[in-house]
Design a protein around this ligand. Sequence first.
Ligand SMILES: [Zn+2]
Length: 331
Amino acid sequence: MENMKRTMKAVLVAVMILAALTSIMPSAKAVSRSPDMAKSLPSIRIALVRLEDVSPWYALNPKRLELLRYIADYLASRHVPFQVAMIPIYLDPATGIHIGIDTPDDPRVKEFIATIHYMISKGGEIGLHGYTHQMGEGVTGDSIEFSKDPRTIESTVSYMALRVDAALAAAKAANIPITFWETPHYTASPEQYTYLESRFSIIYEPGPINYRTREPFLHSSSRPGGAKVCFVPTPLGMVDGPQEAQSIVLFADDSHRQILASLFFHPFRERLPSEDAAPSSPKDETGAYLERIIPAFQSHGFVFVSVTQVRKQLLAKTQAHPARAAYPILP
Ligand SMILES: [Zn+2]
């Protein structure tokens, strides 16, 4: 009986995801559906969540790794696939801290890599969020790594390529499959974006063409075979405290808004249920952000999907309607 219930649940979830994916795009006008039918169907829409700035900084304190696993467990318990924007190397030049997945013999790094594998086992897709996400004396996560200023070395393709290669090699050595790229603070030069399009099939940001893009879109790249790159924006922005969490919950309530329900979140803002330590910031006193946000979306018919599912669906749609390849969502 228990088994059957579980199977039924799995089938229901699969059907919901399928339904969500077929209604993924805002081209609802293109779908011929009678008004009566539209009324009787529950409006299922997709949502995406990305865990931001996940670097070996988390390994400096075992409690932080526990928090990452706790979040992965919570998301899996709600059938939520999620993305992890991983920074391979954490640097704090002022204090001399340097910890990265390129030194897997460090026991702390070993634990970090094991935690990343644990998150993958719970439905996480891992992306590269730069190599160090800093430049000069900057601290990882705080400062940009690449630049739009053509006078700087950090805006060049050669500068970026060295870092992308190092990041991919470190991930490969740690046996971490990489699904997407996200530029630190979404900042790079046009030449660097062209380069990124030749290296990654998913770029999880609005892209250089239109920063205000509110829907995912495909872009023809210079990749061999003309493969298309999928850009996925995060129009709902960042959960940066109780106020943002509340406004995102309100967004979920307003199902008429035609923008992608895509947001990102720094895991350190969450709190372990058993934790008596002070929150990382007084405004995070209550924690439990994801426990407010995820059910709010799900109770309004949103289904969480992965960036890989978004790309597959966009590609399938383009192939089915080649004439419509030039989507209205293209900026
Ligand atoms: Zn970042």
